[in-house]
Design a binder for this molecule. Structure first.
Ligand SMILES: [Zn+2]
Length: 382
């Protein structure tokens, strides 16, 4: 199983391929596979596992990250600075009990005094989980989710450390993602307290596999703005496509994969430009309680731009009928249900909203995070 996951790391090369990286310093150890293998060797990196056991648990994962980033720091002549941010947090997925957490950041200060308080952030989460999000004991190697994204953060730090930018660059590996994006929320708080404005944030989460997909483009998820039209994050996604090329990037105009969450979310909710990178295809089957009919866009609707997300599809609902959309990733499409009267008249389509997933032991006293209603009108490419 472990080798299977490790074999899927080819996409890291794809990610790296889109950007002209300066040569890495020779004394820095480790490629993506080395970093991921070291993280996997911690057995589990569940955020509620041990922070002090150096061989197994989340503390072991932190040590791997710190070791690699400190090597970059050393080679940068300490121009890059490694920060271990220890904090306490609580959430339904900590059973509402305060627990310790640690994020690791590598800060490369900007060279332009006018821009050094603007931070551009690359982040991955180094925690992991087995099937049960509250199980801190069972093995949870998390090679793809998200040792792969953690490796991107470390490798990006290594590639860019020799070439400081005018603005500040922050390479982050955060904990607590699986417990409710706790590390990312803290990262945003920390940056704000340090006086930074976030110029842009990319979370790399599940970026190590292609799962046999012939389409090898990295998917970049970006949410629309509060006016339902556009957002700084979506503009950032477009810029990424412009730089890397349409053959490397697939833009998906929604916050995240269907019914899932990522570390860019707290940044997006704060109105900041933030996007998620993820691999081209996940293996989860697309299951829907709907009929097979997929309607085409209405006459006169704008055509989807090449490489952009498709026009929202609508699906006719038939009671109690369950069907599987083979070969279709729900992540990349928009769904809505319509009722059809005996006279053939159709209702207005109601956008599908993913069910809120709740952890075992969920305590209702803390309000659940509301599902973000999809905004199909905002997703039509202009
Ligand atoms: Zn993840």
């Amino acid at each position: 199983m472990r080798n299977k996951w490790l074999a899927r790391l080819g996409l890291l090369a794809l990610l790296a391929g889109g950007f002209p990286a300066p040569p890495a310093a020779a004394s820095l150890p480790g490629d993506a596979r080395t970093i991921v293998e070291a993280l996997v060797a911690c057995g589990t990196r569940h955020s509620l596992s041990s922070w002090t056991n150096t061989k197994r648990g989340i503390g072991c994962g932190r040590d791997v990250v710190v070791r690699h980033l400190e090597a970059v720091e050393k080679d940068s002549g300490k121009r890059m600075r490694v920060v271990i941010d220890r904090f306490e947090t609580r959430a339904p997925r900590t059973r509402n009990v305060p627990v310790p957490m640690e994020n690791v950041y590598a800060i490369l200060p900007g060279t332009d005094p006018a821009r050094e308080r603007t931070a551009f952030v690359v982040s991955g989460h180094y925690d992991s989980m087995p099937s049960d999000v509250m199980d801190a004991v069972t093995d949870a190697p998390g090679a793809d989710d998200d040792a792969s994204g953690t490796a991107v953060s470390i490798l990006a730090a290594r590639a860019l450390a020799p070439k400081p930018a005018r603005a500040t660059l922050v390479f982050a590996a955060v904990a607590g993602e699986e417990q409710g994006l706790l590390g990312a929320k803290r990262l945003l708080e920390w940056l704000t307290k340090q006086g930074y404005t976030v110029g842009g944030m990319i979370t790399c989460d599940i970026v190590g596999a292609t799962n046999g997909s012939p389409d090898r483009r990295v998917r970049v998820f970006s949410e629309g703005g509060p006016d339902g039209i556009d957002s700084p994050g979506r503009q950032m996604a477009r810029l990424g496509e412009e730089i890397a090329g349409k053959d490397k990037v697939r833009l998906v105009f929604r916050l995240d994969r269907f019914g899932r969450g990522g570390d860019h979310r707290p940044f997006v909710e704060a109105g900041l430009p933030a996007v998620r990178f993820t691999e081209p295809l996940e293996t989860t089957e697309a299951r829907w309680s709907v009929a097979k009919t997929v309607e085409t866009p209405p006459a006169g609707a704008p055509a989807a731009a090449p490489g952009a997300a498709p026009f929202p599809s609508s699906l006719s609902l038939e009671e109690t009928l369950s069907s599987v959309l083979l070969g279709t990733s729900t992540d990349n499409h928009y769904f809505a249900a319509r009722s059809v009267g005996k006279n053939g008249k159709k209702s207005i389509a109601v956008p599908a909203v993913a069910a809120v997933r709740r952890p075992p032991g969920y305590v209702a006293s803390e309000a659940p995070r509301p599902a973000t209603p999809p905004t199909p009108a905002a997703t039509v490419p202009k």
